[in-house]
Ligand binder design. Structure first.
Ligand code: NAD
Length: 480
């Protein structure tokens, strides 16, 4: 019998412990915000260098609670964090520097600019699918922007962040408490929302909605990075080998537990059968297991995902689809074979709800326009992709797709390009991480207006409001 690899969920910290940790983080933020941006960026880069030096230990901890292949951890978690650190440490001074603003001509004796001031304590409430990339990747720009972070990892994958917090503390480079981790389930997440000055939440649309409601009552800024249902639109003239390999990697990387992962493919009639055949061939080569050299596909991470994937496959079969793969290998360890669903239709759960597992449903369509219409029909709008050798057409179609991120002959790579905003539309979220915009969201924009000259004179629109004043105002308006 194989050993059970799914750890129990982390125990809940008390509300007092969360608020105490948040208070220490707020005190650390006060000291930290006084440092110049370049110094903060240099310290965060040094912390990252130390984590990177200890990457094998880190990978082992992440593997112990997810069973994801070590190579995949390096490629999909460590490497993107390296790119995020590079982008934000190189660009922070430009992004966070005061931005001069123009003023109307009647204020030409005044200076205007926008200053980006840190918010204080940023709560990061995160999911289990990328236990290092998501929390630490977001902590980097938040800290360089002058904030402390209070991370609440998923209760199913908390060890990775606990290890990271210990390692960060061990460097002695950051003020004590600047990077803090609290553990537990959704009730601890709610405490984090109360104790933070803003929250960046990454998780399901359902939880995102409830956090948005609570944040509304508390008037707390929140950014929501939620679920997706990536439609892959494959046109007749697509380059088949790349499209088929992309479908397999896009649907099955991280065992299909990727918010921007391919969740459905709409394939034009002429290429449909060849595409399905090429995907099947690629799938047969995949090596699956709980650990070991050369393994490409691990297990599901979150126990309820097992039932969900089974339910979606059963529903597809019951509604007439053919399922290739999808067999249970080891139920205790949440290990199932990747599944290709052909003859899929929009009524099936695999096509309309987020599956978040190793399932690729394929539907034949008569034309690109039908594919775009079907892609846009659901509630999600996170990532999408268009596959064709006609790049002009692809970019025109991409503009018609309702998604925060679109790839043209490209899949799953947006996260690794931190200059690009990352986020969704419709039920996939509010706001963006990454990019200049994503770093500035960790700040509030303070508008500064400075009266420069003449020092002692009142402005003409101040009191007294005598007769001449209306004529003066009209004259100002006429001149624009
Ligand atoms: P989830 O919503 O169940 O949980 C996410 C986090 O929120 C966990 O830490 C959980 O403990 C916490 N939480 C739960 N209820 C809460 C509440 N009421 N208040 C505060 N915190 C609460 O999501 P999950 O199952 O961990 O993650 C899978 C989902 O995450 C998928 O839908 C996936 O698409 C999405 N996701 C989105 C992105 C993105 O960038 N858009 C990235 C990764 C994952």
């Amino acid at each position: 019998m194989t050993e059970r690899t799914v750890p129990p969920p982390a125990r809940n910290m008390t509300a007092d412990a969360v608020s105490g940790t948040a208070a220490a983080a707020a005190a650390a933020a006060q000291r930290w915000r006084g440092l110049p941006v370049s110094e903060r960026a240099a310290l965060v880069a040094q912390v990252w260098a130390e984590l990177y030096r200890r990457r094998q230990e880190l990978a082992k901890v992440a593997h112990s609670e997810t069973c994801k292949p070590i190579v995949e951890f390096s490629a999909m978690e460590l490497a993107p964090v390296g790119l995020i650190v590079k982008y934000f440490t190189s660009n922070a001074r430009r992004i966070l520097g005061d931005q001069p603003a123009c003023v109307p001509w009647v204020m030409l004796n005044k200076k205007a600019y926008v200053r980006y001031a840190p918010r204080g304590v940023v709560g990061l409430i995160t999911p289990w699918n990328f236990p290092f990339l998501i929390p630490f990747g977001d902590a980097v720009p938040a800290m360089i922007a002058g904030n402390a972070v209070l991370v609440k990892p998923s209760e199913w994958t908390s060890r990775t962040m606990q290890w990271t917090a210990d390692a960060v503390r061990g460097t002695g480079l950051l003020p004590e408490g600047l990077f803090s981790v609290v553990t537990g389930d959704g009730s601890v997440g709610r405490e984090v929302l109360k104790a933070s000055d803003m929250v960046l939440f990454t998780g399901s649309t359902r939880t995102g909605r409830s956090i948005a409601q609570e944040a509304g009552a508390l008037l707390k800024p929140v950014v929501l990075e939620l679920g997706g249902k990536h439609p892959m639109i494959v046109l007749n003239d697509a380059a088949l080998p790349r499209a088929a390999k992309a479908a397999v990697w896009g649907a099955f990387a991280n065992c299909g537990q990727v918010c921007v992962g391919v969740e459905r493919a709409f394939v034009e009639e002429e290429i449909h059968d060849a595409f399905v055949e090429a995907v099947r061939r690629e799938m047969q080569r995949l090596r699956q297991g709980l650990s070991g050299e050369g393994v490409e596909l691990g297990r599901l991470i979150f126990p309820p995902q097992f039932e969900r994937v089974m339910d979606h496959l059963e529903d597809a079969r019951a509604k007439g689809a053919a399922v290739f793969g999808g067999e249970v290998v080891d139920a205790d360890n949440l290990l199932i074979r990747p599944a290709l669903v052909t003859g899929a239709t929009p009524e099936m759960k695999v096509m309309s709800e987020e599956t978040f597992g190793p399932v690729l449903p394929v539907m034949k369509v008569s034309c690109a326009e039908e594919a775009v219409r079907l892609s846009n029909s659901g509630p999600y709008g996170l990532a999408a992709s268009v596959w064709t050798t006609d790049l002009d057409r692809a970019e025109r179609l991409a503009a018609m797709v309702e998604a925060g991120m679109v790839g043209v002959n490209e899949v799953l790579s947006h996260y690794a390009a931190p200059s690009l905003p990352f986020g969704g539309v419709k039920s996939s979220g509010l706001g963006r991480r990454h990019s200049d915009e994503g770093m500035r969201m960790f700040c509030h924009a303070q508008s500064v207006l400075v009266h420069e000259w003449p020092a002692g004179m009142a402005d003409p629109w101040w009191f007294p409001y005598e007769g001449r004043k209306s004529r003066l105002v009209e004259w100002i308006l006429r001149l624009g």
